[in-house]
Design a protein around this ligand. Structure first.
Ligand code: FES
Length: 229
């Protein structure tokens, strides 16, 4: 049996060419689940580049409903605005980066940042600045709306977003791996879920990176033994 010796590497200094040996046909090295550099690379190359599921439309059925979600490591607010349009924008204030909304879910026509009181509507547009004159003549409120993902789309009630402006439009056969998206035959393509209400979401917290949690869950579901070393 080939034994792989992995030297301790300070966080953030892993070399990508070391990583190929970490995944073998019958086992996965524990570092895959714990190395901050691998985690950062995954966030960049997977979560920032791809379409990411955020929420189901039935979780925000009424005008002004909202819920929080994560787009990789970025916290976002998913809303249904007054006209019924789905909106997605950052939950980080465009002023000093404070968390704008601390409620996981609710109904609100606007959000007020708790730090300096800037007010944003539920499309992420800045419309209220206490003491606006104090910010000086160069300040341009029109440049300070909450950041939005490059693309947002809803498919059969499932809301997705991506930070990648060049990602293939969703839904399309090239937007997701074939096994996930094939109209009429895949898991999602076969679903007729736009009328299904999402009663609640399953959430859990784990110390480790996302792939470890996902793999552990999938392994449990399949009753297979996963080997790590
Ligand atoms: S950080 Fe939000 S208003 Fe200043």
């Amino acid at each position: 049996m080939k034994v792989i010796h992995i030297a301790a590497v300070p966080a953030g200094e892993s070399a990508a060419d070391e990583w190929d040996d970490l995944v073998q046909p019958d086992r996965v090295h524990r570092r895959v689940y714990t190395d901050p550099a691998i985690f950062a690379r995954e966030m960049d190359h997977v979560y920032a580049a791809s379409w990411v599921y955020l929420a189901h439309e039935s979780e925000i059925p009424e005008p002004n409903d909202f819920r929080q979600a994560w787009l990789g490591t970025r916290e976002v607010i998913v809303t249904r605005d007054e006209e019924g349009q789905i909106r997605v924008f950052s939950n980080r204030c465009s002023h000093r980066g404070a968390t704008v909304c601390r409620e996981h879910q609710g109904n609100a026509a606007n959000f007020t940042c708790p730090y300096h009181g800037w007010r944003f509507d539920n499309r992420g547009q800045l419309f209220g600045i206490p003491g606006k004159n104090a910010y000086g003549p160069a300040f341009k409120a029109r440049d300070m709306h909450l950041a939005r993902p490059a693309q947002v789309a809803s498919y059969k009630g499932f809301i997705f977003a991506t930070l990648n402006s060049e990602a293939p439009p969703w839904p399309s056969t090239s937007a997701m791996p074939h096994a996930i998206w094939t109209p009429g035959s895949s898991t999602m393509g076969a679903l007729r879920t736009s009328s299904w209400p999402a009663l609640s979401a399953f959430a859990s917290a784990a110390t480790g990176n996302w792939s470890g949690t996902t793999r552990a869950t999938a392994t449990t579901c399949r009753s297979r033994t996963s080997r790590c070393w």
